[in-house]
Design a protein around this ligand. Structure first.
Ligand SMILES: C[S@@+](CC[C@H](N)C(=O)[O-])C[C@H]1O[C@@H](n2cnc3c(N)ncnc32)[C@H](O)[C@@H]1O
Length: 301
């Protein structure tokens, strides 16, 4: 029997194809269409983006902000940025036209202008000559084999004061038994049945998790080593200004998770250049975030 491939054997192109298939799948698109926004408040997006926009404004940097919501899907990050900075001009880039259509619909219904959907993959978009002030990756970098290479490419498209924001990616805590147990408890009864079925199926077929995975979503389950990522980004000459681990999810869950050691998501704010005004603003940026986030979380720098 032919040996089944492991994650390491797949190329960035294979992973891209898996993502295109997945995010054009009707069931996935329906999930994003029906996402109950009031239930998932994404408060961390508002707090972090608002703090960054405040920093941008207080340093008197050029307006309007030219931004990209990279792998933006239904536009969660783009819409929050527009609330924090209504003049911002945002390109919403994704490989799934169906996800972009959800965003377009929402923009029309809410009469929000200045968000342009672009159906393109990240690598070809970032290869095009253009300059942006903020490039956001929301729940996105875990869909790439080489997040450092991706962020480096994005940094090449930034203006002098340009910033990259990553948000809502999983840390390696997501592969711990503790996280998986909590996730199981928190899921509804239909979800519990599905998880148990998958678990016993794997057991019966004697398959290891390694051999049985969704290529588009692999790092959702293994997580990303965010400390190594930050060091690697410093190693290629970028300048992390902010790095937090926090408990993403439903509001009541985010109150409990930190006490169980489950600050499982991370966010980074990275500047392209080592600008003294950013360095001296770092504490204010952290203070803004600390004073507004309504749950316990950890600063990693
Ligand atoms: C987990 S969803 C996140 C969507 C959105 N950013 C959010 O926070 O809700 C991941 C998105 O990345 C897109 N995607 C995956 N790989 C991509 C690539 N190489 N280039 C552009 N988009 C990509 C998918 O189509 C999908 O919409």
């Amino acid at each position: 029997m032919a040996k089944r491939k492991k994650w390491e054997d797949y190329s960035e192109q294979d992973i891209l194809v898996a993502n295109i298939d997945k995010y054009n799948n009707d069931a996935i698109v329906k999930f994003y269409e029906e996402l109950e926004e009031p239930r998932y408040q994404y408060i961390e997006y508002y707090v972090i983006f608002d703090a960054v926009v405040k920093m941008w404004n207080s340093l008197g940097i050029k307006q309007p902000i030219r931004a990209v919501d990279m792998c933006g899907g239904a536009g969660k990050a783009a819409f929050v940025l527009k609330e924090c900075s209504p003049e911002a001009i945002v390109k919403l880039v994704d490989v799934s036209d169906k996800m972009l259509a959800i965003a377009d619909d929402k923009a029309k219904k809410s009469n929000i202008r200045g968000i342009t959907p672009i159906e393109q993959d990240a690598f070809s978009f970032l290869a095009e000559e253009a300059e942006y002030d903020i490039i956001m990756f929301s729940s996105a970098i875990h869909h790439f084999k080489d997040p450092v290479g991706l962020i480096n490419l994005a940094a090449g498209r930034l203006s002098e004061n340009g910033l990259i924001i990553t948000i809502a990616d999983p840390t390696t805590i997501t592969k711990s038994r503790r996280y998986k147990f909590f996730e199981f408890l928190a899921t509804n009864s239909e979800g519990k049945k599905g998880k148990l079925k998958a678990f016993f199926k794997r057991d019966n077929q004697n398959l290891t998790e390694e051999l049985d995975f969704d290529l588009a979503e692999y790092q959702t389950y293994t997580g990303i080593d965010d400390l190594s990522l930050r060091l690697d980004l410093s190693g290629i000459g970028l300048h992390p200004l902010m790095h937090i681990r926090y408990p993403a999810g439903e509001p009541y869950m985010t109150k409990i998770m930190p006490y169980l050691g489950l600050c499982w998501a991370f966010s980074l704010v990275i500047s392209k250049n080592n600008l003294p005004q950013y360095e001296s603003y770092k504490n204010t940026l952290n203070y803004e975030i600390k004073s507004k986030l309504p749950f316990k979380f950890k600063f990693m720098i």
